[in-house]
Design a protein around this ligand. Structure first.
Ligand code: HEM
Length: 143
């Protein structure tokens, strides 16, 4: 590479894929954007969604201004050892590496027991419903 910047393997980069420690790869360069996540005008989720893979396409398609492109330099910590080793598809997406509680992903988190109760009520409803339906459609008993 010859730029004097540190190089990282993709395996190293992917270890930094959480909200508290977030590296991304754009055009073969590695950026530590942890401190920038909450400042990013496009939101932190969008950047977190680009960790553990090549973020180049999304970065370019987001139509960043020249100013934004210049700003990336602030966060550049090195280069990827071999750009071809970086997958375009997510390498690993887990709630753990996003640093999120699985129950908080959708903003509303009914406790597990409530969800199970709800399922039970639905199942009971279906059972009673079918019983009533079958009764109503039974042939009248002739005496
Ligand atoms: C070091 C990395 C990044 C920097 C410094 C950065 C910076 C910025 C800045 C300054 C803006 C405001 C608009 C502009 O001036 O262009 C912006 C908007 C945006 N960024 Fe980034 N960005 C980075 C990475 C990313 C990545 C990886 C994505 C992934 C999709 C992304 C998606 C967006 C989107 C969608 C907007 C538009 C928000 C809107 O206009 O509502 N950015 N970014």
């Amino acid at each position: 590479m010859g730029s004097g910047r540190p190089t990282f393997t993709f395996e190293e980069v992917v270890k930094h894929s959480s909200v508290n420690d977030c590296w991304i790869v754009i055009h073969g360069k590695v950026y530590d954007v942890t401190s920038f996540l909450t400042e990013h005008p496009g939101g932190e989720e969008i950047i977190l969604g680009c960790t553990g893979r090549d973020a180049t396409k999304e970065f370019e398609e987001s139509d960043h201004s020249d100013e934004a492109k210049k700003q990336t330099e602030e966060f550049c910590i090195g280069e990827i050892h071999s750009a071809s080793s970086v997958p375009i598809q997510p390498y690993l997406i887990t709630t753990a590496n996003l640093g999120l509680n699985p129950d908080e992903r959708y903003g509303f988190a009914p406790p597990k027991v409530l969800r199970h109760l709800l399922l039970l009520f639905v199942a009971l409803g279906v059972a009673f419903g079918s019983r009533i339906y079958i009764k109503a459609h039974q042939d009248p008993v002739t005496v």
